[in-house]
Design a protein around this ligand. Structure first.
Ligand code: NG6
Ligand code: CA
Length: 508
């Protein structure tokens, strides 16, 4: 009896939870450019699964990640805070500590507060372990995702051009033999240790810059490691691992609402797709990795269809930054690109605050709830936290998600619903270079007076640039004509507004 009463009282809530609150899957690609998918105009290759997602959902023409490198975008997606507000959120090194403080109220905490089960599967690249210590590779690797709201995690701990090539499941290196401990360092170990410099002739994928440390699977990396031989994976098998783990996790409890952050490693370097995708795009391994990513999207959709969950699940497809060709390995991306334009109509790519650095594929699908179409509203991965809170009826603590706006109406394509009014784009860490979009105006601010990777279809460049530039994206989406001198009042106003938003502790 005593048990019966609370259960009976809980029932209506549980029923309405299942009826109202969608499962949420955020599929984040790595270095996928706006123009890399056929639904956004690519013709050199086809992405049928992503195209189907778009045909059944909403495709955004102004969907952004918040930074043009990986770690700051992911930090902001999880926390709803601009990464430039917190030091140490630039690209994380192999032994980096967890850059999200465990007391942060994250998007995973929002999902948990709403009664969801939560998981992150795929590339992490936000550091693990305590500040000053980093990950204890041979012990319990905490704090990590479990300390910031994820019930389950299956990770590539850094990014695959950085060491080590092992999976972390929850807080342990998977399949680690204690008799063969894993050592990770930023200097080579004492004694004979083959690297991309000493054994360059043996590599199956040669490096072009950096990436000449420890060799694993014929590919040299950033950083050094020894041991953990039984735990090491093959680069070619990463996508299969993400698909298998995601499907298994979804299938384990399909009736409890869930939040899954599925972070693919495609198409980050070293691009080493599975053999069944190699050579299939005709654009080299970069194009083949796009096909592999598209396949992963298809696998998730198949699972949702099989379990009858497509009508109960909001799928968000996005990228962590814009495209890059040669990012450190000689994989032929530049030479074999043909007519393919990875950034679509936009200028700049990864590392850039021009549009191509952050304006990336962005698609939402919730069958039966989102009317298929195209949206020109401005939305960003940083808004997913506040939007999820709104969708699930969770009120945000005042000091949480300080730069995340509730754009849930725009994400669901509700008539008249608006996206953001303004948006700050950053490159890596720091408060140097910004893009700032207000309506169709775009201010570019280079404290460094150098633009990074402004022409994606060339080797990485650092080009001298004026400190401030203004573009009218309505007329000039490719940011080719600086109109600051023509519209000084607009430019000055945006300079001041950007400076104020950067100096403030929040924008929400
Ligand atoms: C850069 C690396 C690049 C890539 C990037 C991070 C060199 C020369 N370049 O420092 O290869 O790893 O960091 O990419 O080492 S991200 O998508 O994870 O942010
Ligand atoms: Ca990236």
């Amino acid at each position: 009896m005593r048990l019966f009463l609370p259960l009976a009282l809980l029932l209506p809530a549980a029923v309405s939870l299942a009826a109202e609150k969608p499962n949420v899957i955020v599929i984040m690609a790595d270095d996928l450019g706006y123009g890399d998918i056929s639904v956004n105009g690519a013709t050199a290759l086809k992405t049928p699964n992503i195209d189907r997602l778009a045909a059944e959902g909403l495709r955004f023409t102004s969907g952004y990640c918040s930074a043009s490198t990986c770690t700051p975008t992911r930090y902001s997606f999880l926390t709803g805070n601009y990464a430039f507000r917190r030091k140490g959120t630039g690209v994380a090194p192999p032994n980096g500590h967890l850059v999200v403080p465990p007391d942060t109220f994250t998007i995973a905490d929002i999902a948990k507060a709403a009664g969801y089960r939560t998981a992150v599967i795929g590339k992490w690249h936000l550091g693990l372990g305590l500040q000053g210590k980093g990950p204890d590779w041979n012990g319990a690797i905490t704090p990590g995702p479990r300390e910031i709201g994820f019930d389950y995690n299956f990770l590539l701990p850094t990014t695959n051009d950085r060491v080590p090539q092992v999976f972390v499941e929850n807080d342990r290196v998977l399949n680690l033999d204690p008799k063969d401990p894993l050592w990770v360092g930023d200097k080579p170990p004492a004694g004979e240790h083959p690297t991309g410099i000493s054994q360059r002739a043996t590599l199956k994928l040669d490096w072009s810059h950096g990436h000449n440390g420890t060799i694993h699977n014929g590919i040299s990396r950033i950083g050094f490691y020894t041991g953990g031989k039984a735990a090491r994976f093959r680069d070619e098998d990463l996508a299969d691992a993400w698909a298998a783990k995601s499907n298994a996790w979804i299938e384990a409890h399909p009736t409890t609402p869930f939040f899954l952050f599925l972070a693919s490693h495609d198409l980050h370097v070293p691009r080493m797709p599975h053999e069944r995708f190699q050579g299939k795009s005709g654009l080299g391994f970069r194009g083949d990795a796009i096909l592999e990513f598209d396949w992963q999207v298809g696998e998730v959709m198949k699972t949702l269809d099989r379990l009858g969950l497509a009508e109960k699940t909001l799928v968000v497809l996005c990228s962590d930054n814009g495209p890059v060709m040669d990012d450190g390995y000689k994989d032929g991306a530049l030479e074999q690109r043909g007519d393919h334009r990875a950034g679509g109509p936009f200028r700049g790519g990864k590392y850039s605050v021009y549009e191509g650095g952050t304006r990336t594929p962005f698609i939402t699908r919730w069958k039966g709830r989102i009317s298929p179409g195209v949206s020109h509203e401005l939305v960003s991965t940083i808004d997913l936290a506040a939007s999820l809170a709104a969708l699930t009826g969770i009120s945000l603590p005042a000091d949480a998600c300080t730069d995340s706006f509730d754009v849930s109406g725009a994400l669901l394509g509700q008539p008249g619903a608006k996206g953001r009014e303004h948006f700050i784009q950053q490159d890596n860490g720091g408060t140097d270079n910004f893009g700032f979009r207000v309506g169709d105006w775009k201010l570019v601010r280079y404290e460094t007076k150098f633009a990074n990777n402004e022409i994606v279809e060339q080797p990485l460049q650092r080009t001298p640039a004026p400190q401030f530039q203004l573009f009218d994206l309505a007329k000039d989406p490719g940011e080719s004509t600086d109109v600051f001198a023509k519209h000084p009042a607009v430019g000055e106003k945006m300079k001041a507004r950007l400076a104020a938003l950067v100096a403030a502790s929040r924008s929400r």
